[in-house]
Design a protein around this ligand. Structure first.
Ligand code: SAJ
Length: 414
């Protein structure tokens, strides 16, 4: 029976552990946080992800998965720890380094070590390998190393782990082949083999592509506001072209991927990655831009209701949320009320929260907000103004109920 040790039992590590265990691989999950290990060993989970809890429970019950704070000798290791960003926009590799430091003392001949964490280019070869070689073994000869970045979308991780295509970057070709063999236990998507540095940059560029494209849409939104045009209309018609796919404008880009990964590319080539830097700055400037628009709409000390504060719709994750940044800017001048059905603290009745409000701002297009009854809402708010930053509501419905409708990126309404 194959065995694998997975270091880091978070959004990626735990679902990956569950997939291996439920496909007949003996999994040892390792996390520095003892309470996470205890939760998993009870067959429970500490994160929100559809279908995950039942797979973890079954795997623990069948003895295929157990969690511990200690790394032991094993034939395969997968590192899935976080790589946050430092204040000066550099990759913080400290968790990767400490995971590698915990492996090398028990590393045995012919083992395979896979790095799944998103890292800056050359990290696998220049940071991970030298630490593992402290074992006295030589990478590519005595043991194998590969970088296989994850690509899954929160909310559909279990499905995507199985069906997405994967890029497998080997320190040597033999390393990549070994890694592909391991993943083939549960991966049904294509697995493409390349070198480790190409795989690192490939992962970074996937998210950078999206970030740059969103920056383009945000720049277009500002252009359209100045020209008295509707950017949403421009995007939708431009996208009728078979080779065009402009993304959606909005109040900014959040989460731990798009708002972070492009900086790792900038770190590798600061003087060259100009479009990438500018795009990051463009997207980062959107909360401030939206706040300025709000200042033009209502006077100071008005009551503003913000609908949604997570980093994107229908998730409970507030990491790097541009709406949180917007709220921080607004709080100094306005009375701010937050409503978000995904965050316990803000899971309030919209109509009660909007009592005597001057402005309602749609920050995140959660599905729950589709059912807002504007006729009821218009009875409780004082100044009936709705600012939609996502082109989510039906303009006609909002206007019919007596509201003034303002749409980000639409120069006719701003
Ligand atoms: N956003 C826009 N306009 C758009 C699309 C998104 O403003 O047209 C904003 C969202 O509101 C959100 C942010 O961008 O604030 C990021 O959302 P997202 O859904 O684009 O991405 P993530 O961060 O949830 O997940 C991405 C995915 N990458 C790609 O689609 C290329 C996912 O597959 C990766 O696994 C993940 O990053 C990761 O871990 O790197």
């Amino acid at each position: 029976m194959k065995e694998v040790t997975i270091l880091g039992l978070g959004y990626i590590g735990l679902p990956t552990a569950a997939m291996f265990a439920s496909h007949g691989t003996k999994v040892r999950g390792v996390d520095v946080n003892e309470s996470i290990c205890n939760t998993i060993n009870e067959g429970k989970i500490h994160i929100e992800e559809p279908y995950l809890e039942q797979i973890v429970k079954q795997s623990v019950l069948s003895g295929m998965l157990n969690a511990s704070t200690k790394v032991e000798e094993c034939e395969n290791y997968i590192i899935a720890v976080p790589t946050p960003i430092t204040k000066d926009k550099k990759a913080d590799l400290s968790y990767v380094i400490s995971a590698a430091e915990s492996i090398f003392p028990v590393l045995k001949k012919d083992s395979l070590v896979i790095l799944e964490s998103t890292v800056s280019p050359k990290c696998t070869d220049q940071v991970l390998v030298p630490i593992l070689e402290k074992s006295g073994l030589e990478a590519g000869k005595d043991f194998y190393v590969a970088h296989c970045p994850e690509r899954v979308l929160p909310g559909q991780i279990i499905h995507e782990l199985e069906h997405n295509n994967r890029i497998i970057g080997g320190f040597t070709e033999e390393s990549a082949i070994r890694a592909r063999e391991l993943y083939s236990i549960f991966v049904k998507g294509e697995m493409y083999i390349t070198d480790s540095i190409t795989a690192e940059l490939c992962k970074l560029m996937e998210n950078t592509y999206r970030d740059v494209n969103i920056a383009l849409a945000n720049e277009l939104a500002v252009i359209c506001e100045n020209l008295g045009l509707n950017a949403w209309e421009v995007v939708s018609y431009a996208n009728k072209h078979p080779r065009v796919n402009i993304h959606q404008p909005g109040p900014g880009v959040g989460g731990h991927c798009l708002a972070v990964d492009p900086w790792f590319v900038v770190e590798a080539a600061p003087m060259i990655a100009r479009i990438i830097q500018l795009s990051r700055k463009t997207n980062d400037s959107m909360p401030e831009y939206v706040a300025k628009k709000i200042a033009d709409i209502v006077p100071e000390e008005s009551k503003i209701v913000i609908l949604g504060c997570t980093y994107k719709p229908n998730v409970d994750d507030m990491r790097e949320s541009p709406i949180i940044e917007l709220i921080d800017i607004l709080k100094s001048k306005y009375e701010v009320e937050i409503v978000d059905p995904f965050i316990e603290q803000y899971n309030k009745n919209i109509y009660e929260a909007s009592n005597n409000a001057d402005l309602v701002v749609l920050g995140v297009n959660h599905r729950h907000f589709k059912t807002i009854n504007f006729d009821v809402l218009s009875k409780v708010v004082d100044r009936k103004i709705l600012f939609d930053t996502r082109n989510f509501f039906s303009r006609e419905k909002v206007i019919e109920s007596g509201f003034r409708y303002i749409l980000l990126g639409d120069g006719n309404t701003i």
